[in-house]
Design a protein around this ligand. Structure first.
Ligand SMILES: [Zn+2]
Length: 207
């Protein structure tokens, strides 16, 4: 029988913290047991030290798709040959530590109709809360990454739109899958902030 593991993968089996690497080019290959293998030729460096990552195994990562169906992916566990840190490789349809697909969260936080999103009201409220607490930070990280890559300049700061979401869209555009385009560079540069304690605190976290 197929068992679903909907725990966010924020630690390995020994409870040591792990970080993520996000893939943007991949195929999901379904197995007879309805587990999807993530197949990709993409090779990302270690987010912490730029070292070479080597595959050391795999693990299941469950999530809820846009229709509310539970899916299970088989993702790769990678170890850095330099700093020895372990990373989990996630396809960009997911957001680290979140149980629903990126596109569901995106629809909610960009104010599209939530009627099409298969999530309960408290989950939707948490996403909004999460995004409003992170948006400013994410806009700042995207700006600093763009600065480092020479894609923007400090002078551009004077033209920044007031809303954090508008500032985010300045970097990644507002077309479909914009949240995936935010998550990937931020995670792969090791700037993703884990907000799991707020995520799990239930009533206390909701106010
Ligand atoms: Zn490393």
């Amino acid at each position: 029988m197929l068992r679903y593991h909907l725990q966010p993968c924020n630690s390995d089996t020994q409870g040591r913290p792990t970080t993520m690497v996000i893939l943007s080019e991949y195929d999901l290959v379904e197995t007879p047991k309805r587990v999807f293998f993530v197949r990709s030729g993409e090779q990302n460096p270690c987010p912490v030290c730029d070292g070479l990552l080597k595959v050391i195994g795999s693990r299941r990562r469950g999530y809820m798709d846009g229709l509310g169906d539970r899916k299970v992916l088989m993702i790769r566990r990678l170890r850095c040959s330099l700093c020895k840190k372990i990373h989990h490789e996630l396809p960009d349809l997911l957001v680290p530590y979140k149980r629903h697909e990126s596109k569901s969260i995106e629809a909610v936080v960009s104010g599209e109709s939530t009627l099409t999103v298969a999530a309960d009201e408290s989950t939707i409220r948490r996403w909004k809360q999460w995004f409003s607490s992170q948006a400013d930070y994410l806009a700042g990280v995207l700006f600093s990454i763009a600065l480092r890559l020479g894609m923007t300049s400090v002078e551009d700061v004077s033209d920044l739109p007031p809303s954090p979401l508008q500032r985010i869209w300045q970097h990644v555009g507002n077309a479909h899958r914009w949240l995936a385009r935010v998550v990937r560079p931020v995670v792969n540069a090791n700037f993703w902030v884990q907000t799991r304690s707020a995520f799990l605190s239930g009533k206390n976290g909701l106010k």
